[in-house]
Design a protein around this ligand. Structure first.
Ligand code: AQP
Length: 354
């Protein structure tokens, strides 16, 4: 039976990058996967504390993330949604995997290396930051996931998870399943203020991102104010015009014939095949950058239409009980799965009670 697992950190309301790079694909998988597919989506709160967080804020962010998943169309009857810390088997398996995981491999992971060589942060580096790929591997392996949808920046971590399977299985027997990657076809959404950096939840400048709960006026302000360059023409040249390329990439990912036709003056037929940023740039030839921005405003507004209302409804319904119940039921289902794996793992390692 196919088992799809993916996770997202509760570090704030998700933005357009999280949505196009991960969450939208989760919804597509939910709607199109064969009926016997098990879908698990975890709000990975243990990953969010590699830097200390204010406890009430973390609690709030977890609820907001759950509400966001429901708002984009995940259905608790089809997709199991739960907080990672509600399923302690994740951390138990992490420890067991740590005992066969290679420190050398972990030390070569990009996110560690980037910080290790930065003198200003190196002195404050914590063990959790070094070892979190092991927890990520445990998240996946404890559910015997066969498929993991990830963005390109996560490929290295998936490779490490497979390495954990090889190490564990060669020590204790073929008990863990190596997952396959489902790569998100979308390109990275970049900051609207500095298009050389990715759009991110934790960057202080709010103008750099569009939250999936943004009202239409805010979407308009952010996109019309996006940093591009001083040329008026629309061309797709990511290396020299990253701001314009980012807008074309967002448009290509959100575009449908209707949204394109109602933005700018472009009336081309893009319904048959999804447009590429390059073909969109050709379609905007002779038009102004402002026309492109208007088309992006329309496409993003349409793509996110209704999300804000569904988000507020999920957060407030039943005075918060609605979300509590979804998480409790999700955690229970996830624990059944994880407990089964841990029975096998404990037996293999010699940790069973009897
Ligand atoms: N800008 C982006 N474009 C495309 N995909 C993105 N993702 C994140 N940013 C972009 C994808 O979203 C998924 C969940 O991400 P996460 O919240 O677990 O962690 P992150 O990658 O660190 O995301 P942020 O928004 O940048 O959060 P902070 O600022 O808290 O670190 C992943 O699949 C990721 O690829």
């Amino acid at each position: 039976m196919p088992v799809v697992f993916s996770g997202i950190q509760p570090t704030g309301v998700p933005h357009l990058g999280n949505y196009l790079g991960a969450m939208r694909q989760w919804k597509q998988l939910q709607d199109n996967a064969p009926d016997d597919t098990e879908l698990l989506f975890s709000i990975v709160d243990l990953h969010a504390i590699t830097m200390p967080r204010d406890a009430p804020v973390l609690m709030q962010h977890k609820r907001e993330m759950l509400a966001a998943l429901i708002a984009i169309g995940l259905d608790p009857k089809k997709s199991t949604m739960f907080y990672q810390s509600s399923v302690p088997e994740h951390t138990e398996l992490m420890w067991i995997l740590s005992c066969t995981a290679s420190m050398g491999y972990l030390g070569r992971m990009t996110q560690w290396k980037a910080r290790e060589f930065d003198d200003t942060v190196a002195a404050q580096l914590k063990l959790g930051l070094f070892s979190y790929p092991v927890l990520q591997a445990a998240d996946i392996l404890v559910h015997r996931a066969t498929h993991v949808p990830v963005g390109a920046d996560q490929l290295q971590h998936l490779e490490f998870a497979r390495e954990c399977v090889t190490n564990f299985n060669s020590a204790y027997g073929p008990h863990l399943i190596a997952p396959q990657t489902i790569t998100t076809p979308s390109s990275r959404v970049m900051s609207l203020v500095n298009p050389l950096n990715k759009m991110s939840k934790s960057v202080p400048n709010h103008r750099s991102r569009i939250l999936i709960t943004a009202p239409p006026e805010e979407i308009q302000q952010r996109i019309m104010g996006a940093v591009t360059d001083s040329q008026y023409a629309v061309t797709y040249e990511p290396a020299i015009r990253p701001g314009v390329a980012n807008l074309l990439e967002i448009l290509a990912q959100c575009a449908t014939a209707t949204t394109i036709a109602t933005g700018g003056e472009y009336r081309g037929d893009v319904a048959a095949t999804p447009p590429t940023p390059a073909t969109l740039a050709q379609a905007f030839a002779g038009m102004h950058l402002g026309d492109l921005k208007k088309a992006v405003v329309n496409a993003v507004t349409q793509e996110l239409s209704g999300v804000r209302e569904r988000f507020e409804d999920a957060l407030n319904r039943g005075g918060g009980k609605y979300l509590d119940n979804i998480q409790a039921e999700g955690a229970e289902r996830a624990r059944e799965n994880a407990a089964e794996t841990m029975r096998i793992v404990r037996d293999a390692v010699g940790l069973s009670a009897v």
